[in-house]
Design a protein around this ligand. Sequence first.
Ligand code: AP5
Length: 218
Amino acid sequence: MNLIFLGPPGAGKGTQAQLLQQREGIPQVSTGDILRAAMAAKTPLGQEAALYVDRGELVPDDVMIGIINERLNQPDAQRGFVLDGFPRTLGQARALDRVLGATGRHIDLVLYFDVADDVIIRRLTGRRVCRSAAHIYHEELSPPRISGRCDIDGSELFQREDDREETVRRRLEVYHRETEPLVDFYRRRGLFEPVRNGDIESVYRQLVEIIKARAGSR
Ligand code: AP5
């Protein structure tokens, strides 16, 4: 299935997309991870993206649409994917329809993670990710077995530059203004399914139930 994970920064989209990839083999397509890899490699894309990402602003639509067009046309995305962090504007959502329509594909389901702003701030300021593959932890809510080390690949954990509180608040403002309108956009199309907040495993169980129910009704 072709899925979108929609929700504010820190809602748990990346955590759940990684679990679905590990347990069900559905590829995670995270535009944030693609941009951070380009920033770390200091490519021209990375240098442009850093101007926006570090301030908590959105990277311009034309850049993001080019990235997603290339990524969704790679072989591993032909049999389903989870979009984590895309689309984030109505322009991106319309462009996504065009990109998928060009190869006879469409979005099957949009899962919406609704989490209150005060919870988000606690989650993001305590988040740690690993250097090699961006596996996700939280200092208190989801700590690694060995402090400061990734359970999966042993690499060092660090705090993302844009997880400082001031930047998190800016990202939330941008989310409410630019991305929240997508809730109505997808609800009107009958693709929208809300996911109740809870601990990581209970959210995962809900997701799998919703996805299976939708797959069974196709
Ligand atoms: P991106 O990397 O996509 O960031 P985001 O959407 O802001 O989402 P996050 O990665 O911050 O949060 P998440 O929902 O994945 O939460 P997570 O699972 O990590 O984008 C970064 C930047 O890139 C943007 O600001 C923008 O500049 C740019 N960008 C990216 N895509 C773009 C686009 N399409 N257009 C334009 N610009 C774009 O969880 C958060 C924390 O909570 C973790 O510590 C985790 O352990 C914990 N946690 C997760 N679930 C739970 C739970 N159920 N209970 C308790 N703790 C939990």
